[in-house]
Design a binder for this molecule. Structure first.
Ligand code: ZN
Length: 97
């Protein structure tokens, strides 16, 4: 069972760093408030600092998206729209530093 920070927000098994800005990422939670459990391999991660889009691997580490994952998202207008909304929402969060 994954350790939670608060209901619906899971501690990652390793401390990650955003591949774009280097921000420490050790929590994973749903951008839309719907608890879907801890991230799985291929679950998307949006950096709360810069809005960079990445994915988790099976060990909870952050990695870049594969070409297939990017193709799947880019070829699905609903997924693109949802991802765009989530990135915009994250970018509107006031930043601590
Ligand atoms: Zn970042």
């Amino acid at each position: 069972m994954a350790e939670t920070f608060e209901p619906g927000v899971y501690k990652t098994p390793v401390i990650n760093h955003c591949l774009n800005c280097g921000k420490h990422i050790n929590l994973a939670g749903p951008a839309d408030g719907k608890d879907t459990g801890p991230p799985d391999d291929g679950s998307l991660c949006i950096c709360i600092q810069c809005g960079g889009v990445m994915a988790y691997d099976a060990q909870g580490r952050i990695r870049g998206l594969t070409e297939a994952e990017m193709d799947n998202i880019c070829n699905d207008p609903a997924a693109m729209a949802h991802l765009g909304q989530m990135v915009q929402a994250v970018r509107l969060i006031p930043k601590m530093n």
